[in-house]
Design a protein around this ligand. Sequence first.
Ligand code: F6P
Length: 320
Amino acid sequence: MLKSIAIMTSGGDSPGMNAAVRAVTRTALHAGVKVWGIYGGYHGLLDEEMFEMTSKSVSDIIQRGGTFLGTARCKRFTTPEGRQLGYKNLVDRGIQGLVVVGGDGSLRGASALSAETGMPIVGLPGTIDNDVWGSDYTIGCDTAANTIIDAINKLRDTASAHRRVIVLEVMGRNSGWLAMTTGISGGAEYILVPEEEYDMDEICADMKESYERGKRYILVVVAEGAGKGFDISQQIVERTGLDTRVSKLGHIQRGGSPSVIDRVRASQLGENAALAIISGLSDIVFGFDRGHVVSINLHDAVNNKKKLNPELMRLAKVLA
Ligand code: F6P
């Protein structure tokens, strides 16, 4: 059994990361294991921004968005030299295992660190994008989706009042999960995702026809990876002449107090991660599969691309 572990959050922050850190910390402390917090993701690991945590270090954080440990996207850690330095900084403190909470880029860094140095690593999927292979859930995706749906509800009011087309751009560089789930639950007419090709000529012709049939307004949700909201809106204006406006939600969708689902699931994942790492397991990511916690091979998680559920893509078209 390991005697000392460290935890960090990395990549884009997501609501619920704090609940995960809290669960890892308290589970490990309860088992008599020392816990180090690394501040600022891999940057903090390289710059030795690490501190020993107590149970109190993680009190009053479960309700907070963001991550109290801070986070970063770190270029230096993408090199073998950077990872060797990270390894040395862990070993110098007697740290025997690392828990990384982050998205696919962060988990890729963790996988390389483990492969090159033998440092035991357990990952937790923390990203609003819900794009980590092997898990149907990532920490923060539920809160982000709820923030987006709140925006969609508001946009609907004004779209309907003015008989406008509203284009809403949401996050998802490589993944359409946020756009697809919020588009379906927000009743959007068109949902554009990076996983699926779309034809603006066809969409615009369809829009014109819908207006001619008496449709009052149209909502388009576009994932950033499928196109820029401003470009799409411009194309709609040019091809249809319809009164069109665009909103880009931006980083608002990454913040805010985590939902109940994100808090509970992050806590469950955190407990599993702590128990696994202290018992000497490595190279796994804990995620969810149909409501149950599952462990996924870290190498598989970072080397496979998660697919968008085809059932959701089909449903979106049926309901539009
Ligand atoms: O990786 C998560 C994510 O939310 C992406 O959907 C988005 O493209 C990106 O973060 C934005 O990152 P940053 O905060 O570094 O601009």
